[in-house]
Design a binder for this molecule. Sequence first.
Ligand code: FES
Length: 105
Amino acid sequence: GKIRFVTHDQTEHVVEFDTGTSLMQIAVDNAIPGVDGDCGGECACGTCHLIVAPEWFEITGTPGDHEEQMLSMTPERAPTSRLGCQVRATEAMDGMTVRLPEFQM
Ligand code: FES
């Protein structure tokens, strides 16, 4: 499937993904600017903050307690924010749009 990453300056990056890969890893593999994944996907750094397009939010599931804690410290947190490392891509996400925050922690 394909996911569309939109950076804060509205640049669109449409990338192929394999199911089971985290959104953070997909972004890093495709050199999407603004996703660092500093902690390697341990839900400990917050540098993989993504804002899911509202119509796609439900499909990404619900943030866990630890993710919720990290998100609560994220300055640009939006109602549909997720940590990219905590969301695994599924076929249902084909065509999904996610936005990058202006500043990544
Ligand atoms: Fe560190 Fe997601 S990669 S919190």
